[in-house]
Design a protein around this ligand. Structure first.
Ligand SMILES: [Zn+2]
Length: 337
């Protein structure tokens, strides 16, 4: 049976409820971003990592209408990134210079740190209040995962470990992408902390784990259990109820990717891993002709009149998804009627 690995996020508790975690499989999201923005491999990695983090942080939302935006302002050639996720983990993003090419770093990896450079990470949470909540921290390594770990520790005061990874094929398309966010509950004891540290120390990387797991699934070396009972504590809840919370088709089957993510969390956190929710996640832009019209109107009468005087239709491109909107002179005239 062909296992389609659909993008998804699992959420759960581990180690006797002393730890909560989110883990994400985001291959399609990273590949969609690559196609839209025509990113170089370094930029695919950078944007894919931030999109993965954004999708998981969207899943942390308390209210359905919450939005979370991650903005990296760095002095490197990538000129910064922005990612926005809604509470349903519909995520979109942009990297302002998508064609950065640099030699590999000292470890022989894509040099995301130098592409981003030094700067700040902003986490902007719009939870329906007059002003959004903005948390701002320095970039520590500019490799994104460490920067988010530092953000959670300092700005939200939650001991957290973030892992993110995007692996490319030889043709520079995305092979696998994913990540995790592990957070200590306030009452976590020292044994638990030591166990996590040990678990993380022996865990090589998200991409190593995911690419091996995907290979094992595809070659039949690893099999998804027929039902949750056989999987022992891998109790994956029925996804149908969660599916309606996202814009992904309700019949999106996340069972294989959720299984792989559960195995990844067990590898780090031990066997006591309880999955509480599985949800699809997707690259999705919410732009529309109506929204773009609004943005045009907000430029003001004077600006629109000068466009009319120019006598040419106005073209607008959505920077998140490259959707193209054209407005005729007659339509512009309607805006200032
Ligand atoms: Zn768009």
């Amino acid at each position: 049976m062909e296992n389609k690995l659909n993008d998804c996020i699992i959420q759960g508790m581990a180690m006797n409820n002393q730890v909560r975690f989110f883990a994400a499989f985001t291959k399609d999201i990273a590949e969609e971003a690559r196609k839209i923005h025509k990113t170089s491999p370094i930029c695919t990695a950078a944007l894919g990592r931030l999109l993965t983090a954004g999708a998981m942080m969207g899943a942390m939302s308390k209210n359905d209408s919450d939005l979370v935006t991650l903005r990296i302002q760095g002095n490197g050639p990538a000129k910064g990134l922005t990612v926005t996720s809604d509470s349903k983990s519909n995520v979109k993003g942009i990297i302002y210079n998508p064609v950065v090419d640099l030699p590999p770093n000292l470890e022989g990896h894509l040099n995301v740190g130098d592409a981003i450079g030094d700067g700040m990470l902003l986490v902007i949470k719009d939870i329906g209040l007059k002003e959004p909540y903005v948390g701002q921290t320095m970039l520590v390594t500019s490799e994104i995962a460490e920067d988010l770990t530092y953000y959670f520790a300092t700005s939200e005061q939650i001991p957290t470990s973030v892992g993110l990874g995007v692996l490319m094929n030889y043709d520079n398309t995305v092979d696998v992408a994913g990540g995790f966010i592990i957070q200590l509950m306030p009452f976590a004891n020292d044994d638990c902390i030591t166990a996590i540290e040990n678990g993380l120390a022996q865990f090589t990387s998200v991409t190593d784990f995911l690419s091996k797991a995907v290979t094992d699934i595809n070659t039949g070396k690893m099999a998804v259990p027929d039902d949750a009972e056989k999987a022992g504590k891998t109790a994956v809840p029925d996804i149908a109820e969660n599916a309606e919370k996202t814009n992904a088709p309700a019949d999106t089957d996340c069972s294989t990717s959720a299984f792989i993510l559960t195995e990844m969390m067990k590898k780090i956190l031990g066997s006591d891993v309880q999955v509480e929710a599985v949800r699809p996640t997707a690259y999705k832009c919410n732009c529309s002709r109506a929204r773009v019209s609004k943005a045009l109107i907000s430029l003001g009468r004077k600006e629109i009149q000068s466009m009319i005087d120019d006598g040419k239709p106005i073209e607008m491109n959505c920077e998140f998804c490259n959707s193209h909107y054209e407005f005729s002179i007659d339509e512009l005239k309607e805006f200032i009627k």
